[in-house]
Write a protein that binds this ligand. Structure first.
Ligand code: HEC
Length: 89
């Protein structure tokens, strides 16, 4: 009984967090700073790789989100900011 309660409570706590993740809003200015901090040493000109990423903004954002989570932008907020910055180039 106690274990069941713990699982239910964990699910209740996790659900709103998952929602918050999906709604993480990127900030272009913060993204420019985060790009300078995490990416520019290897990608001096982000316009180059952005040309190779096809689709509309939503498709490019989804591709970047999946790629960058394992490529120097693990943090959800930083990643959202960097994506906002890249799509604005
Ligand atoms: C230590 C060097 C390094 C850092 C730091 C780095 N990258 Fe990369 N990146 C690479 C290399 C090398 C590749 C090509 C190989 C690969 O796909 O992993 C690449 C590939 C990519 C690609 C894929 C391009 C394509 O068309 O497939 C994107 C997009 C990208 N990086 C964005 C970023 C962003 C945004 C950051 C910062 C959060 C970043 N990178 C940080 C070295 C780096």
């Amino acid at each position: 009984m106690l274990i069941r309660f713990a699982i239910a409570a964990a699910a209740l706590v996790a659900a709103p967090m998952a929602l918050a993740d999906d709604e993480t809003v990127g900030d272009i200015d913060r993204g420019a700073d985060a790009y300078d901090a995490s990416c520019v040493e290897c990608h001096a000109r982000p316009g180059r790789f952005m040309q190779g990423i096809e689709g509309d903004d939503e498709e490019r954002a989804a591709w970047l989100d999946e790629f960058l989570v394992e490529h120097y932008a693990e943090d959800d907020q930083d990643r959202a900011d960097i994506i906002a910055y890249l799509l604005d180039l």
